[in-house]
Design a protein around this ligand. Structure first.
Ligand code: V0V
Ligand code: CO
Length: 160
């Protein structure tokens, strides 16, 4: 590993979202939306990942690090289902926004870090995503997100 990690991933823009695995999306929203007062800014079924998801924000829309992603498996083939069976509901991943998910993945792979997909896959709102294995990050599944240029919630556009 290099000593000056700051120079390794120049396209690291900031925190993007925290992903929470839940067995019941509506029940989880009763807490986060109705009790905590978070705002639902997006809902989507991701058939590739086999998850139903809701994005909520704790504050101003456009500040991506305010985002929470509730994830519920759409089938028993979803990795989320495997997680729920093994660990139960709870913190599933922490996502970081990057300017270029391909180069972030290539860079980490170069240092022997296990990046899960050979090529980025489809994420929320047209984003491109990849993941780093939790065994290489201190036990937390790490997601890289490259937002679609037109996404109003992206770090790039919120910074003008
Ligand atoms: C597994 N482990 C985890 C973990 N999942 N540790 C922390 N956080 C997690 N989420 C640990 C597990 O306890 C084992 O440790 C070890 O890793 C191997 O786990 P496993 O149960 O055998 O599971 P695998 O290897 O079959 O699958 C784990 C991985 C899988 C991370 C490879 O979940 C995966 O491919 N994830 C990427 C896709 C994904 O998570 N999609 C849902 C989010 P021990 O017991 O051996 O010590 S979709 C999303 O965020 C979207 C769409 C978006 O934001 O746009
Ligand atoms: Co995510």
């Amino acid at each position: 590993m290099p000593s000056d990690l700051g120079s390794v991933l120049p396209g690291l823009l900031g925190f993007d979202h925290v992903g929470v695995a839940v067995a019941d999306l509506e029940a989880a929203m009763t807490f986060y939306r109705d009790l905590l007062g978070m705002r639902v800014v997006h809902r989507e079924d991701n058939l590739d990942q086999q998850v139903a998801e809701v994005i909520l924000t704790a504050g101003e829309v456009g500040i991506v690090s305010n985002q929470l992603q509730l994830l519920m498996p759409l089938s028993e083939h979803s990795v989320l289902q495997r997680f729920l069976v093994k660990h139960g509901a709870g913190l599933h991943h922490v996502a970081y926004a990057v300017s270029d998910v391909r180069s972030a993945s290539t860079t980490l792979r170069h240092y022997g870090v296990r990046v899960l997909y050979d090529a980025p896959r489809a994420g929320t709102r047209g984003s491109q995503i990849n993941f780093v294995h939790p065994k290489d990050t201190g036990g937390v599944l790490l997601e890289f997100v490259e937002h679609a240029a037109a996404d109003p919630h992206s770090v790039q556009s919120s910074r003008g």
